[in-house]
Structures are given as C-alpha cells and as structure tokens.
Design a binder for this molecule. Sequence first.
Ligand code: PEP
Ligand code: MN
Length: 475
Amino acid sequence: AATRNVRGSRKAPVHCVLAPKEGTGISEAESEDWGPGSWRNKEAMQQPTWPDQDKLEDCLDMIKKYPPLVFAGEAKTLKDRLADVCLGRGFLLQGGDCAESFAEFRADNIRDTFRVLLQMSNVLMYSSGLPVVKIGRMAGQFAKPRSADMEEIGGVSLPSYRGDNINSDEFTPEARIPNPERLLRAYNQSAATLNLLRGFSTGGYAALTRVTDWNLDFMEDTEQGARYRELANYLDEALQFMSACGMTAEHPIMRQTEFYTSHEALLLDYEQALTRVDTTTDKWYGCSAHFLWVGERTRQLDGAHLEYIRGINNPIGIKISNKCPPAELVELIETINPTNEPGKITVIIRMGAGNVREYLPGLVKAVSAAGQHVVWVSDPMHGNTVKSDSGYKTRPFESIREELRAFFDVHDELGTHPGGVHLEMTGQNVTECTGGMAEVEDSDLPLRYHTHCDPRLNAAQALELAFLIGNRLRK
Ligand code: PEP
Ligand code: MN
C-alpha cells in the first residue's frame, strides 16, 4: 500500500500529492479511482490564474498542516438530520452572505446573522411543527464564480473579483492579482467565525429561555420586529409550561442548538488541502465546512468539481437552474450518491420566479421516478437578480416571494416535500434587495449597499420571508 499512488490516479501531477505516510491510514482510505487530488485530471472551471505557483504551493502546504475546521462526526450528524428532512420530517434553513469578506469580519456581523437565523428558525418551527436544520453560508463562503473573466468600468478592463480569498474587489490592477496568502487569511477568519458560532450555539446565547431577547435592536420599531416579539411571547409561555412539566432550563435541548456551516466548494486547491481521513471510519471528508455545494456553473458531469465532490462523505448540495435537463440531474445525483443514501444530496433549485412552474415538475418527476432520495430546496435569490435604474444589482422581494410560492405549489401538486430554503441574507440593516414591508426603493440602494457580491435580504426582509414560508408550512 505504501507505494500506491495516493492521488488516486496515475495521471495526476506530482504537486497535488497529499503526502502518503505509512501507517496513517490514508492509503487504505483511498478508493481505486478517487483521491483528494484526482480532480486535477479533469477540467476545472472558475479557478484563478495564480501568478506564482511556488507561493501557492507554500500556502497550500501550510493549510494541509492546519487542523481541520470541522470534525467528520459533525458532518455525519448533519447528514442524519438532512435524512429526516428528506423523509418530510424537517425543514432546512440555509442562509448567509453571498460572499464573506475581510472588511466585514466583525463579531457583531456574525452575531446578527446568527441571531436572525435563530429568529427565522423559531418562526418556521412554530408554524410547521417541524424541526429546522440550520446551516450558515458562513465561516468559509469566500470564493465566487463569475460570469466573465474580466470586468469593465468606464472603459477600463480588469480581471474580475473572485472572492476575498483570491483577490480584492478594489478596482485597481494590483488589487485584482490573485494572492495565495489570502487563503491563509480566509482559513483563519473561517476558524475564528466558527469558534464564535460554536460559542453562541452551545454556550448559552441560543438558549431557548432567551427567545425574547433575540430581536435585533434596529427591528424594534418595525412590523417584522413586532411580529417576532409576539411570537416570542407565545414561545415563552409554552416554555414556561414545559418547564412546569419538568423540562427545565438546564436540559441540553433548552440550552443549545445545532448550527452547521457551508460554502460553495469552488476553489479546489483549498478544498483539497482540507480534505482529511476520518480515522473512525477511514473515509474522506471535506473538512473546510460541514456541508459543501457545487454551483450551477461548475456542476459539469465530466468536470473537476464533480470529481472532487463525489469522493467526500459530507452532505452535498447541487445548484440547479432550468438549464439542467431532468436526465442530467438524475445522473448528477447518481454520480455523487450511488448508494442512494438519504440526506447525502440536497438539490438547490434556482431558476427565477418565471421558470419554476415550467421546469421544476419535470426535475422532481424524474428524480422520483428514479427512486432517488433528495432534499428539495429553493434558492429564490440567484434566478432573480436584476440591474436597477440606479445601476445596482438588486433582487425585488416580490420576485423572491414568487419563486418560493411556485416552489411550494409544485411540491404540493406532486406530493413531494418542499424541504428548505437557501437565502442570501444578513442580520444587518442593508439596502440591497428592493421591496418587502421594509419598502426598500431603487433610490435607497446606494444608502447601505455593503455586499461584496450579490444583493442580500436585510434582517427585516429575511424575517418577513420566514413568516411567509411559515404560513406555507402550516399544517
Ligand atoms: C451562490 O450561491 O452565490 C452562487 C454563485 O450560486 P449559483 O451557483 O447558483 O449561481
Ligand atoms: Mn450569490
């Protein structure tokens, strides 16, 4: 076994070796044709062109020695939770920034997004009676696929911004040069973010006895803030009742919550460096986050991203637009989940409000006919991006709402479970998406447009959406 090629392929170039060490179990864990670096034999879309390969290798070597950010056991538990969702016994709430950034890295930003996700989860649990699985697009959501390699402003053309782990969004030639030292900074920011999230979710912040404290200060005077306060008061009464029954505040269910992290597995060099063997099962896990997804732009069946993602044992998401024929979706699922394990695959539908009724039924029917177990999730953000009159990229709340409405209607008609939502949102009071009861107008967009990539729902809009979804889930 010591002489076996741990890259998983005879054709793999030398620089991708995850050093074979005798007695580590790494070579035993290798399947015949897959390894953390076997993606290098395929075409990888959306990767940066690093100017200095040696510097890249040095940075990746460091990350390979860093501790994993998540523990395989956590990813396994998440898969079990998603298996329940798959069977209609839960709902997935996944949300966070389109792109995390170095500039917006602050404790209050992490806390506020975490807090609004908890509020939304309460709204959803209260109306549906279902457990809500919470996953942040947090602690690693940096790399961005771009529709064009170059960006032009005022006649000047520069390489596109690809995420803070690669280059800077500043519009200067120097800022746009990919710098691998940014990978180290992204790893460290992810570790610190995850540390705070773990503290919040297990250390008392998320204790159910504090439901009434989770309202965000700036929401106090808003319609959504008032609605949440009302709901929190009901929950508080229910908790008093449960406490009288003997379920006291010391019970772990009352004091802690499970919170998972996720990002798009786009930058394969980085993902490979954090791919580790779980010593208890001898299986490979992507240890940069609990849940990883492949984007609509990188999900080619013969591409590098599919090759990477098919070999790790994490729960996996696939983003699907109306451009994906039903047979192709069935093949994608079969490739990533040949044993048809429930909870392994989450299909994230993002096709635009006007396309869901036409294209989603065919996808759902094909997957059902193939007997494949998947969690169906709606991402009502990515198919509804428009350029506003003021020139800002935005998403009208009404289109987001309509895509969700169509998603729920299709599942109702087909008798399948609308398993969750995937949102770009923040706990901050930004003005990036128009509409909603917050009444963000086109002319408001420049006021607080802070996103480093796509427009996010602000806290009030996110909570408003949770109430609307809750109504659909009411039994
Ligand atoms: C995203 O989730 O930010 C994204 C780029 O999505 P998609 O791959 O669906 O375009
Ligand atoms: Mn996005």
